[in-house]
Design a protein around this ligand. Structure first.
Ligand code: NAD
Length: 530
């Protein structure tokens, strides 16, 4: 383990200092803006590099390749990646099992220092990572900052949580015995992240796994493998032994299925769509020949998130919150507001105010820091345009609706708002995962709450009201994993807003919360007669 030899170059924060969220940077400051531009320029020279599979610390190449493209100018190759096939699953599993032998027995303090070292390396190179996120998935500056900050937060937070778990005790000591409780690792996990928080969610699920003593086969999204490759490089620099994280980009259908079905896979940490989450759930449930455990699945999935705007709401704040939640990162967040439910007395003025606010948003190259960058790929854009056609039949187009054509052929879409959408319309029920907002009129608060709860999802939600009784009622009856009062429904902070959804939004794992690491461990009770 090389972590201690790094101590002169990297000075990680002490876990004793307690957890504090990473501060956001202020891009209005000229020096910060200069740093971001410099990082984007510098990284320009590193685009198009080839990245290898990393299995057991060894670099491997495959015949098939994955091309990660800049969605703002798809002719630009961000990274060329290997494509692990089903045949690589055994190789990656063997490396992960071998590493598990020693990593699971490595003192927790060493595993913790790996995370803290990695956090510090990322902190030092934050502008570089922000720039990668702009190039690979089209995040504007503030969105890249949130993703990088959350990555550091997950590393710092889970490091401290692992220490807390390691000192767990039984609630009581039975008379005449010494009673102990040990949270021990599970084994080899498949970590399968989405592309939309390709740094934070990917790193968070990986870090939680390994800090508990597990080893991992990491299959990043084919839309964002480069940032994951960079993270694996950081872990290596931070002292990670070979085989602890095995980096294997590959298609979901071949490599993804193979690692989910592998009899030696002990757990699957997945974040992504409902359809894929349910498929993984089903495949993982089937015991394979030779399998001696029930696979654990941690599945965080889609959302159809609502903001309920009451007649007594602060109108300015509600307009701002809805627009920020709906169009931040072009609505490509699981927490994005895709439905605003508005009480009738405020409805007409709210629609008009949203229209005016949306008209101020700019769409364009995220490197130039527009409000909305591109959506992630051609298929996503086509799917969104399909929903916009449906919206034209189901409601009244208030803003947007078109895909601006650019010289570079980027996948841009205007922020789009439909009014007069019925609560059971397709636009009100299906996850679109793009910059398309449905406005729904309700007669009163009771009906609004009923509509807020009328989808199969239950991820985030918000309510704008100045009436304490309504907030209290919503606290009990608004059925989502992450509920916000008088603020936007995106932007969960590690530690403060443990994140995870109800119903078809997932297993409610509450990433960034005090219960998360339990999911990556099993508890062993030891009793000794005195
Ligand atoms: P996706 O489901 O298409 O893909 C997610 C991951 O699963 C990718 O790495 C993909 O390659 C892999 N995959 C696909 N098929 C697979 C299979 N058969 N077996 C194993 N792996 C497979 O999702 P996406 O487009 O990357 O991400 C967007 C979705 O993620 C949205 O639905 C969004 O709401 C959701 N999301 C949820 C949360 C949350 O915390 N609940 C957070 C972010 C994103």
């Amino acid at each position: 383990m090389a972590t201690s030899s790094l101590s002169t170059q990297i000075q990680p924060r002490s876990p004793q200092g307690g957890f504090v969220n990473e501060a956001f940077v202020d891009f209005k400051s000229p020096s910060v803006a200069r740093s971001m531009k410099a990082a984007l320029d510098q990284l320009g020279g590193q685009l198009g590099r080839e990245y290898d599979l990393v299995i057991g610390g060894q670099r491997l190449r495959t015949e098939g390749k994955i091309r990660s493209l800049n969605p703002a100018r798809p002719a630009q190759l961000v990274g060329l990646h290997q494509k692990a096939g089903a045949e690589h699953a055994n190789l990656a599993m063997k490396a992960a099992l071998d590493a598990f032998e020693s990593w699971s027995r490595t003192p927790v303090e060493t595993r913790v220092s790996l995370l803290l070292n990695a956090a510090e390396i990322i902190r030092q190179r934050a502008f570089e990572f922000r720039a990668w996120l702009t190039y690979e998935v089209g995040k504007n500056w503030a969105e890249t900052d949130a993703d990088v900050g959350e990555t550091i937060d997950f590393l710092e937070f889970y490091a401290r949580e692992a220490l807390r778990l390691a000192s767990a005790t039984t609630p009581i000591q039975f008379p005449g015995e010494r009673n102990e409780l040990h949270y021990i690792p599970l084994g080899v996990g498949a970590v399968i992240p989405p592309w939309n928080f390709p740094f934070a969610i990917m790193a968070g699920m990986t870090a939680a796994s390994i800090v508990c003593g597990n080893t991992v086969i990491l299959k990043p999204s084919s839309d964002a493998p480069t940032i994951a490759a960079k993270f694996v490089e950081v872990l290596e620099e931070a002292g990670m032994p070979g085989g602890v994280v095995n980096f294997c980009p590959g298609s979901g259908a071949s490599f993804g299925n193979a690692i989910v079905e592998h009899p030696r896979t002990r757990f699957i940490a997945f974040t992504g769509s409902k359809a894929v989450g349910l498929e993984i759930h089903e495949r993982a449930a089937k015991a394979q020949p030779g399998q001696i455990w029930i696979k654990r699945t941690i599945l965080e999935m889609g959302g159809k998130d609502s903001i309920l705007v009451c007649a007594d709401a602060d109108l300015d704040a509600a307009v701002e919150g809805v627009v920020a939640s709906a169009f931040g990162f072009s609505g490509q967040k699981c927490s994005a507001c895709s439905r605003a439910i508005i009480e009738a007395p405020l409805y007409d003025v709210f629609v008009e105010r949203v229209r005016e606010r949306v008209a101020q948003l700019t769409v364009g190259d995220p490197a130039a820091n527009h409000n909305l960058g591109p959506v992630v790929n051609r298929a996503a854009l086509d799917s969104m345009l399909g929903y916009i056609e449906t919206g034209k039949r189901e409601g009244r187009l208030v803003a947007g609706g078109s895909a601006p054509v650019t010289e570079d052929g980027g996948y841009f879409l205007e922020p789009t708002v439909f009014a007069d959408i019925a609560p059971d319309a397709v636009l009100a029920q299906e996850e679109i995962f793009g910059p398309v907002l449905a406005l729904i009129k309700v007669e009163n608060f009771a009906e609004g709450l009923q509509v807020a709860n009328n989808t199969e999802y239950g991820l985030t939600g918000a309510i704008y009201s100045s009436d304490r009784a309504k907030l209290d009622h919503a606290r009990r009856e608004f059925h989502v994993g992450n509920l916000y009062f008088n603020r936007k429904c995106t932007g969960a902070m590690v530690g403060a807003h443990p994140f995870g959804g109800f119903n078809m939004s997932g297993t409610d794992s509450k990433a960034g919360g005090p219960d998360y690491l339990y999911l990556f461990t099993q508890a062993k009770s030891v009793a000794e007669k005195l």
